[in-house]
Design a protein around this ligand. Sequence first.
Ligand SMILES: *[C@@H]1O[C@H](CO)[C@@H](O)[C@H](O)[C@H]1NC(C)=O
Ligand SMILES: *[C@@H]1O[C@H](CO)[C@@H](O)[C@H](O)[C@H]1NC(C)=O
Ligand SMILES: *[C@@H]1O[C@H](CO)[C@@H](O)[C@H](O)[C@H]1NC(C)=O
Ligand SMILES: *[C@@H]1O[C@H](CO)[C@@H](O)[C@H](O)[C@H]1NC(C)=O
Length: 373
Amino acid sequence: MRTQAIAALFLSFVTLATACSDATACVNGGHQRVKRDEGIIEYAAVTLLDTACETEFHPDQLDIAWVELIASNTILRVNVTSGEQQRFPLKNPAGLPSGMEFLPDGYLWLSEVAGNSMVRLDPADGSMTEYPFPWSNITVIDDLPVGIRVTIDVSGNRDRGAWFTAVGLNGIGRIDIDTFEYEIFPLPNLLSAPLIIQGGPGSTMVFSEILGNRVGTIDVNTKEIKEYEIPTPLSLPQGVATDPDGLIWWSGTGSGNIGTINVTTGEVTEISIAEIRASGNSTVVGDPGSIGSSGALALPGPIRVGADGKVYFVEGNLVFLGNRVGQYDPKTKQLVEFLTPTSLSGPCDINNQHPDAMYFAEFTGAHLGRLDY
Ligand SMILES: *[C@@H]1O[C@H](CO)[C@@H](O)[C@H](O)[C@H]1NC(C)=O
Ligand SMILES: *[C@@H]1O[C@H](CO)[C@@H](O)[C@H](O)[C@H]1NC(C)=O
Ligand SMILES: *[C@@H]1O[C@H](CO)[C@@H](O)[C@H](O)[C@H]1NC(C)=O
Ligand SMILES: *[C@@H]1O[C@H](CO)[C@@H](O)[C@H](O)[C@H]1NC(C)=O
């Protein structure tokens, strides 16, 4: 897409412009970026009670990470070069930030797990505006400041909408970022539990259905919903992403698989991490003193495709006490698993906006991390 190409160009300019601020990444007067050593570093610390998860960057300002601190009900602004931090608490004291994304209006949009609102954050000053859901008065508890809509993630950049998963409404929601009008698109099956949403192939958004054992797409123009069954029962689909060719990558936290969906043919593939490990096609990189659940069970979570064409996913996110970030090469079928320096860190979500690194935050590790590749 044109806007993505422009964003990518911008990104490379910003990267060049900031290359010298990292002492080890600057030669020839700053005209060339030297590849950093491959591996994970923890670039900033938070507290264990913050339960950090998602990291996002404004596309024009890649040295500022915006990180959600779920239990602290706060959005954190971190200068990834200087480490300087600033905290912006949500207005609703029980809102609990969930997913977030910068959209074409230049604002960071976030959903609230418990707040029954979408929130728009201005990156210039951290100020937030709430947009309460219009779907209310269904049960008596809906009028409380905390509700059952259970919104988990938001994404977009396919149209002028912030698209979000509404678990409590069993649907995909949209708020127009210009008019602030809400729409809801119910899912075909009950109890699908839509979880993560990302830009999908073409004019679609793609989302996981963790209880429905499906991955779905919704076309932002026609609003048509299509669903793809995951072959292994109880896979607990969590991560979804789309590569530049339009191939969907997904992860099954329960089955320990990652896989692809070709929306042209409808073909769904499954790749077993346990089988890759058993076949000798995997290596583990990092301090062997780091422990976590990922050694026994991969528990793959959020997934992204890197600028190098490899597929990256966190292992054992949220409360699962994992400590690895996986890097799968679809061409060679080799897996490299990078250990987080902190044990039991629960690397929570993963961001691919930098062209040479994956950023993540640790839910139970009290650090913000980066995998240089
Ligand atoms: C981040 O910190 C670096 C190093 O102190 C500084 O040069 C840069 O201007 C900061 N970035 C922003 C957006 O404030
Ligand atoms: C919910 O119902 C109450 C009582 O009927 C009404 O006062 C209130 O405005 C309604 N709230 C919404 C958001 O519609
Ligand atoms: C989907 O499969 C078709 C037929 O094999 C192929 O031509 C196409 O490139 C595939 N699409 C993606 C996104 O991989
Ligand atoms: C392991 O790698 C080899 C060589 O690329 C490949 O042929 C084989 O299918 C791989 N096995 C698994 C389980 O990925």
